[in-house]
Design a protein around this ligand. Structure first.
Ligand SMILES: [Fe+2]
Length: 342
C-alpha cells in the first residue's frame, strides 16, 4: 500500500545506473499499478499521492523524470509540473503528464506548464515505457552536454586562478561585456552568450607556457606568435561542444582590430562579429586597469584615455568605444566595486 512516499525497496536502488521515475497520482490503485509495471522494467520508482511531500524532499529523492496525473485535488499536475521545472532550473528534467482527457486544450495547458510528453488513461504499457525511455535517453545526452560545458567553464576559471595577475580577469570581462551588451540594447539571449564568452575568451591560453604568460621583458617574435595562437586554440577546445557554438566569436575574435591589423583572422570593420568587438574592448580595459607582471595598473581615467588614443590609431570601432567610455564615465557600471577600488 502506498502511503505518503513510496520508494523502491533498497537493494534495487543502490546501482548508480538505475534511473529513477517520480510518479504522482492521487488515485492509489493507479499508482500501485504503474509502480509495479515500471519496477518490472528495472526502474527505481518514487511514488506518492502527495505533491507537497514530494516537492519538500526533491533533492533527496533525486528523480530523473516525472510522470504526473493531471487531475489531482490539492495541486494539479500542471502546477506540479511548473514547480518541478522551476526547481531544476536550467537542468533538463523531463515531465510526462497523464490525462484522462485528450482535448487539445489540456495538452496546450500542459505544454505551457513545460510538459515534454503526454499519455492518456487507460494507458498502453508499451507506449508508456517507450516514452519514458526516450525522454530518459534525451536527459542523459543533455546531462552529458551540461557536464562537459561545466567542465570547460571550471577549467577556464581554474587556469586563471593559478595566476595572481589574471585572477578574476575573465569574470570582470564577463560582467563588463554583459553590462555593455545590455546597455546597447542586445537581446537577452545574446547578452547571456556574451557573458559566457567573457568567461571563456582566453581559454586557449591553456596552451601557452607560463614562462611566456608571465614574462616581464618584451616578448620575442616567436613568443608573440605563441601568444597569438590562443584564440584559435580556444576555438579548437570549444568547437566539439555544440552548446558553445554561439559564443565562438568572443573566443576567436576578441583580438581583431577595426583597421584589420588584429589576429587571428585580420578581420576589419563590421566583419568583426559584435560579440568579439565587445569582449575585446572589455578585455583590453580590464588588462589596463589590472596590475600585470611588467607594470602597475592604470587608473580608470588613464585607461579610457589610452583607449581613446587607440581609436584614433584604428584599433577600435569608434562608435562602440565611445559608448563604452560613456558607460564607464556615467557610472552605469560599478567600476570601483568591480575592481575593489576605494
Ligand atoms: Fe585574449
Amino acid at each position: 500500500m502506498i502511503t505518503s512516499i513510496y520508494i523502491t525497496p533498497a537493494g534495487q536502488t543502490q546501482k548508480d545506473d538505475v534511473q529513477s521515475i517520480l510518479l504522482v497520482d492521487d488515485f492509489v490503485e493507479h499508482l500501485e499499478l504503474m509502480t509495479e509495471i515500471l519496477e518490472g522494467h528495472g526502474f527505481r520508482v518514487v511514488a506518492s499521492t502527495d505533491a507537497n511531500a514530494v516537492l519538500a524532499r526533491l533533492d533527496e529523492l533525486c528523480p530523473d523524470i516525472a510522470v504526473l496525473d493531471v487531475m489531482m485535488p490539492i495541486m494539479n499536475g500542471y502546477e506540479l509540473c511548473r514547480r518541478l521545472k522551476a526547481h531544476f532550473g536550467k537542468r533538463y528534467f523531463p515531465v510526462i503528464l497523464v490525462t484522462g482527457l485528450s482535448q487539445l486544450d489540456d495538452k496546450l495547458t500542459g505544454l505551457e506548464a513545460g510538459a515534454d510528453d503526454f499519455f492518456s488513461k487507460p494507458f498502453n504499457t508499451k507506449e508508456v515505457t517507450a516514452k519514458i525511455r526516450s525522454l530518459l535517453r534525451l536527459k542523459m545526452l543533455q546531462d552529458e552536454l551540461d557536464h562537459t560545458e561545466d567542465m570547460i567553464f571550471t577549467l577556464a576559471t581554474a587556469v586563471e586562478a593559478k595566476d595572481n595577475y589574471t585572477r578574476g580577469h575573465s569574470e570582470r570581462v564577463s560582467v563588463l561585456s554583459g553590462r555593455m551588451a545590455r546597455i546597447i540594447g542586445l537581446a537577452e539571449k545574446e547578452i547571456t552568450n556574451i557573458r559566457k564568452g567573457g568567461i571563456l575568451h582566453d581559454i586557449g591560453k591553456i596552451g601557452v607556457h607560463e614562462d611566456i604568460l608571465h614574462k616581464k621583458n618584451a616578448l620575442t617574435g616567436e613568443e608573440l606568435a605563441v601568444i597569438r595562437r590562443h584564440p584559435v586554440t580556444g576555438t579548437e577546445i570549444c568547437k566539439p561542444l555544440r552548446t558553445l557554438r554561439h559564443i565562438m566569436p568572443a573566443i576567436r575574435h576578441h583580438h581583431e582590430r577595426w583597421d584589420g591589423l588584429g589576429y587571428p583572422d585580420a578581420l576589419s570593420g563590421d566583419a568583426i562579429p559584435l560579440m568579439g568587438q565587445i569582449v575585446g574592448i572589455a578585455d583590453s580595459f580590464d588588462a589596463m586597469v589590472s596590475i600585470r607582471p611588467y607594470r602597475a595598473g592604470l587608473s580608470v581615467e588613464e585607461s579610457l584615455r589610452v583607449m581613446q588614443d587607440e581609436v584614433n590609431a584604428g584599433q577600435w570601432n569608434p562608435v562602440l568605444l565611445n559608448r563604452f567610455i560613456n558607460i564607464i564615465k556615467s557610472g552605469q557600471v560599478e567600476i570601483h566595486a568591480l575592481y575593489g577600488m576605494k
